[in-house]
Design a protein around this ligand. Sequence first.
Ligand SMILES: [Zn+2]
Length: 721
Amino acid sequence: MLKSPRACFKEIPENLIFHLKRFDYDVMTGMRSKINDAFEFPHEIDMAPYHIDYQKNTSSPCVPDMFELVGVLVHAGNAESGHYYSYVRERPQNSPGPQSWVEFNDMDVTKFDPTGIADQCYGGFTEATAYSHRFQKNWNAYMLFYERMESRSSNEVPLPMTSGVPAKCPVPPEIERRVALSNAQFVRNYCMYDPAHALFARRFLEQLREVNNGTCSENHSIEKEAIWLSLEYLERVLSRSKDCSDFTKMLTSLQKVIGSCALCCNLALDWVKVHEHALRNLLLRCPNPKVRKEFASMIVIALQHLKKHEPYAYGFQDYGDGDPESSEKELRALGVFSHIATRLMELWTTLPSHARGWDDYFSLLTDMASLGVHEKHLLLNRSFLKHGLEILVVEHGRSSRLRSEHPHYAQYCRLMDKGRRFSLVKLTELLSILLEKINLAVDPVSRMQERRFNLRSMPLTRQEDELMQLGSELPRSKVICIFLEKILSSGYCSEATLSIVRMMTLAEPQFGMHDAVQKTIINGINIEPAHLAEPYLQAAIPFCEATPSVDSAQAMIRYIAGEVDTIAEHGGQEHLTFFAQARRIVNLRDNFEPGIFNRIVLRSVPQWAPALLHFREEHVRVSTVDLLKHLVFNHDIQTMDDEEHAQLIETAARDLQVACVRRCNGLVQLQKSLDSKTVEPITSVIKYCISNYYNPEEDLRAIAEADGKFHGCQSFQSHVR
Ligand SMILES: [Zn+2]
């Protein structure tokens, strides 16, 4: 500090503030860093030597100009995050004796012993103790405040003594008013978050019916007061407190009330309908996953109850002619179901800001769609399918118009680029359940309004159709189903994903996406590392179940079998599971002979089995042998009725033996050291095939050749430990 004589002052003010350079910037890494080195500073400093008069003539006598330390601003933390607090010396000092200092740390103001300044403000390392090593402190002085001693002693007016607390002086009325307001707010918050207050609010609900001898009042006015108060309380207070047990208790009490009276149910849903921020706060914004989930489930339960007991309020036009599901009418736009759907659609543009609530939001919509076909129809015509598909295709190059026309999609893409992750799990479920009542094989309608309610099936709109088909119009080599690729590449494949693949493929050839779906699946199979192919392998199953083309099913399985050779260290189990499932597929069309998938998998055995027979994981090797038993070894080909099948098994077994020998020779060429346990399954299979699928009399040459090739591999044996 001021070591260089070049730094000098023309004039030295009453107060000096020194700013210590504690933060640095690395131009190479672009990162800020904090300097925690030790830096000692004096309690008093003479500034006279730094005045220009003295610097001009250093031989002249120097009259001391003394300054005294009166405050330190401390920074604790690193360059990215931290906390500031300060130590301030009381002045004038009321009592004689040692200096009196005070620490200001947010709302806490406490006495501070100035002998602690070195430890708390100089930085550097802590002292090693018997219990801990020394480490570099991340708290240290950031700014120093000095005051000229002479001027203070002349201005000093001691205030009347107050005992034990820091000195008090008159406060300007404006500041006093603000302090009083802030204190009042503090006390109010304190009381609001008091568990006793939560209990008080809950009792309102619990004792609601007692005042009316166990039933609701006729006009439901006090019920409305109590239900709305508790919902308000849930939103404003309980959902924001750290411990959500009071939230759960309150919600349980609320459910008890609304679960026994449809009108009370309607009141609760009305509150959601009237309060435009309620769903956003409780379903999307709230950081507590339990709160989001429980609130969504309350809405679904209330809707179910209302549908059953007050169908008119729920949204059905007329009730009394039996099952509302059989009604030809649509759900009224003035019903509660429709209002909640409207509120949810209003939140669409805010979705990018609330990644944490995606699963809760889409889960609620999925549950609402599961309430019935009318509900699905309403949600379809409120664009939930269309917008859901938009989310899945919006990142793609072909969707630049969506991004430029809708700022929220542009925002979503920016956040994705920055690495923010949005769960697609429940969105996929919603799409799957909405598509359940869609007939993809018929021509789309041009506008939403033209999609009338139909209990059995409804068409897509042109826009929905275009979104689903996006990618199929690309040049032949690049054809892909963009929205499906987005779901599969998210790494998660649920029953909903499989169901979407099945529905699309079943709508062929009319739907026109057959090749695009097939290409999308195949493109994902040869991904590295190979276990990431799992969603694609799973999706291949419903494709084979639903495709109208035997050739396509066969090509899909052959392609996957051909890829197994390249999987190396990963994905053994995933591929094995595929073949185990594939052999049992029953195609839903009538042009597939029974057992055809077993035969396709059997024919491909020589392609996929060798790599899995000596895969690095033991359970994969063992399960591969098991699967081969089912496909090949357990069948006695001499006594089988189906000669064609017997022939197929024999060919597969011989080809398998050849492929396994080739694989072993390959391993020798790689000069890898081989573990006898790892190669045991593949060598046993070779031996088993030689002794069981060659006729000793007719196939002498073949046996000699096969055996010779295998045993001739002296080097193979020598590689085996
Ligand atoms: Zn009631």
